[in-house]
Design a protein around this ligand. Sequence first.
Ligand code: CO
Length: 210
Amino acid sequence: MENSYKKLLENNKKWVADQLALDPVYFKKLADSQNPEYLWIGCSDSRVPANTITGTDPGEMFVHRNIANMVVHTDMNMLSVLSYAVQVLKVKHIIVCGHYGCGGILAAMGNKQVGLIDNWLRHIKDVYRYHHKELDAIVNEIERAKRFVELNVIEQVHDLGKTSIVQNAWKNKQPLHVHGWVYDIHDGVINDLNVSFTCTKDLHSVYHLD
Ligand code: CO
């Protein structure tokens, strides 16, 4: 049982062999450079693997994942990924993808103290507070959690637009669209929430940066 990790290394050997059988210069091409068109900001949940559910290959998607796909403005990890993706890789689309049944969202809806993670969940609770009228009105808890997942994604799309990184790209006429999606772990389908941001005017004026 404790050796279960060895399976991963065996899988890797098989994968390398399979790729080389298809294309002998596969790794040489990948090693030369990466030119992804997409930045994915998703949940760390093991059931939501970015490449698998979008049918993308290595080299096609730059990825950042954390609990409940958050865009926290003091998170140096997220900001560094965002900055590199936008300013260096010049991705054309940033996708925030939440998922129904998200443990982070469910924990944030509750009042149980969990530990260190409470500090992370508090950012999610803030989203609940912004939308408490709509959420409190949903009696069914499962439906309320689903809507909370959606509203949280929409809020993170807003949060991306608030950053100087994204606003400067728009100011420099760099094509960059920010999208909000939700993945349904029950059927594997991704729903586009149609909250795409493409320029600064999609944001409240208080967030506009000159
Ligand atoms: Co999740």
